[in-house]
Write a protein that binds this ligand. Structure first.
Ligand code: NAP
Length: 294
């Protein structure tokens, strides 16, 4: 069994990007600049955004954190997005989800200039991804592709079962695994909460990509020997032995499933760190495109 070590691979990717940044500096070019907008004080969201900004600093990007109150109106947020769209210094930006109830998430994502949409959530970018055109692939699916690629996990002709159909992970993952090319060329089944006989479907999978957010949902009796397991789930489970009072748990019963798997991602240290690395990669791409078009 091989552990797909997202921590190590994400550090490799960050090092590669840092080299590109130092080349840009040597050429006297502006370095990539990522902005992150956060609305409200949700603890998990603040942690995610904080790690994204820290990662920018580590590799030499410029970064801007835009903090807005939880009472921010939709109009105020759309105005901020307009400003970021127009700001030539900023190559890419993200709006951390979820947003407070008074704000329509779709309206906000639609307002982001697709050329700066480094999360790849805008319909233009999502459509391009589905049509195999060059675009920003959403960071988590992009990170999973990169892990499969760097560990040379065979995907062609394999049956990939994706659990969860969210717009940010499950849905794009199902499209990407079915694309022509590597990683891809899989026969894909996309499952969700209405799927009947889900256990039998998972049992047929050569590759399981689990993104539902239910701790230990995938158990050893549900998978076949030699399965490849990608665990996207991140759930905070109360644990008084930890200083923070909780531990991070994936969707997969790692201890037992890993005994049957050929490859598996741990949680933490699997898909999570890859997501940040690929956001940085998309920002580098945005800078390069910005430069090419200026
Ligand atoms: P989400 O929007 O939370 O949706 C969950 C999906 O799982 C839905 O499609 C839902 O089906 C399905 N589902 C729920 N219970 C199910 C069940 N019992 N059987 C089968 N399917 C079920 O999804 P998400 O935003 O992709 O998040 C999923 C998990 O991944 C969360 O733990 C999240 O924290 C984590 N995540 C991690 C990263 C990372 O960087 N590692 C990034 C993003 C998300 P319906 O559509 O029918 O409701």
């Amino acid at each position: 069994m091989t552990i797909l070590d997202g921590k190590k691979i994400s550090n490799d990717i960050k090092d590669e990007i840092a080299i590109e940044v130092s080349k840009m500096k040597k050429r006297g070019e502006k370095v990539p600049h990522l902005a992150a907008v956060i609305v409200g004080n949700d603890g998990a969201s603040l942690t995610y955004v904080g790690s994204k900004v820290k990662a920018c600093e580590r590799i030499g990007f410029e970064s801007t954190l835009v903090k807005m109150a939880s009472t921010t109106s939709e109009i105020e947020l759309l105005k901020k997005i307009e400003e970021l769209n127009a700001d030539d210094q900023i190559d890419g930006f993200i709006v951390q989800l979820p947003l407070p109830k008074q704000i329509d998430e779709q309206k906000v994502l639609m307002a982001i200039n697709p050329d700066k949409d480094v999360d790849g959530f805008h319909p233009t970018n999502f459509g391009k991804m589905a049509l195999d055109m060059s675009t920003f692939i959403p960071a988590t699916p992009f990170g999973i592709l990169e892990l499969l690629d760097r560990y040379k996990v065979e995907t062609s002709g394999k049956h990939t079962v994706v659990i969860g159909r969210s717009h940010i992970v499950g849905r794009p993952m199902s499209i990407l695994m079915g694309r022509k090319g590597f990683p891809g060329n899989s026969t894909v089944t996309l499952t969700h909460s209405r799927t009947e006989n889900i256990n039998e479907i998972i049992k047929q999978a050569d590759i399981v990509i689990s993104a539902l957010g239910v701790p230990n949902f995938v158990t050893a009796d549900m998978v076949k020997d030699g399965v490849v397991v990608i665990d996207v789930g991140i759930t905070r489970v109360p644990d008084e032995t930890k200083p923070r009072g909780y531990k991070i748990t994936g969707d997969v019963d790692y201890e037992n499933v890993s005994k049957k798997a050929s490859y598996i991602t741990p949680v933490p240290g699997g898909v999570g760190p890859m997501t940040i690395a690929m956001l940085l990669k998309n920002t580098l791409l945005a800078r390069e495109r910005h430069l090419a078009n200026s």
